[in-house]
Ligand binder design. Structure first.
Ligand SMILES: CC(C)(COP(=O)(O)OP(=O)(O)OC[C@H]1O[C@@H](n2cnc3c(N)ncnc32)[C@H](O)[C@@H]1OP(=O)(O)O)[C@@H](O)C(=O)NCCC(=O)NCCS
Length: 190
């Protein structure tokens, strides 16, 4: 089974990297989430199917409330990535689709446009992967990206995931079908 640390533990001792801190998404993050998504809409909506549905501050609040409920029910662990110094919300890294029986989950992420190109997602998602293996007892992490989402494919490569195959027309995003390159890392991988 997976063991998911309490949100209060993470709030007390957030995940940290050299330049970021990662904290459980909670309703108090809703306004900043809205600002980040709305301010980076064109950058995000090409790859993420939920962006058109994030169309008001209330939608961001509902998402943040769902994050809280999903964490507490053991369904998903979603973390706000913040700049370590300014505490500005830079994006999200999440371990979704937690399956306790198989000790598996799925890594997903996005950054606001201004935060890209600095290595921050590689840094933040690396610590998420370590968290999943060491603190949640995850055995397998899946990660998928559209076959033409090169920035995301480079993140996945830097994290040491292994290519497994192509899921054809896996998502319908912005009026086009996206083929997904599927990767995974196992806790037993070197
Ligand atoms: C996917 C996404 C998070 C990747 O962001 P990113 O900024 O390219 O990734 P990183 O934060 O790891 O930064 C890596 C880049 O910063 C560069 N960089 C600059 N300074 C750096 C530093 N000090 N340390 C490390 N890398 C640095 C790297 O060279 C690299 O550029 P490259 O990929 O052109 O070689 C971002 O493009 C995004 O949010 N896209 C929209 C949403 C999305 O596609 N989500 C994923 C769906 S599968």
């Amino acid at each position: 089974m997976l063991s998911i640390p309490a949100r209060s533990d993470l709030r007390r001792a957030p995940l940290e990297t050299q330049r970021t801190v990662l904290l459980p998404i909670e309703p108090t993050d809703a306004a900043e989430l809205w600002e980040a998504v709305d301010g980076s809409r064109w950058h995000l909506e090409r790859w993420l199917p939920w962006v058109p549905f994030s169309n008001s501050p209330e939608a961001s609040l509902r998402y943040a409330e769902a994050c809280l409920a999903d964490w507490d029910a053991g369904r998903a662990v979603r973390l706000a990535i913040r700049d370590r110094q300014s505490r500005q919300l830079l994006g999200v890294a999440g371990l979704d689709s937690c399956i306790h029986l198989h000790r598996s989950c799925e890594l997903g992420y996005w950054l606001r446009r201004e935060a890209t190109g600095r290595g921050l997602m590689t840094e933040a998602s690396r610590v998420c992967v370590e968290f999943a293996f060491r603190r949640m007892s995850v055995h397998r992490i899946r990660c998928a990206a559209a076959t033409d989402n090169h920035p995301s494919l480079r993140v996945i490569a830097r994290l040491g995931f292994r290519f497994e195959g192509i899921a054809r027309q896996a998502e319908y995003v912005g009026s086009r079908w996206l083929d997904h390159a599927v990767f995974a890392r196992l806790s037993s991988d070197p």
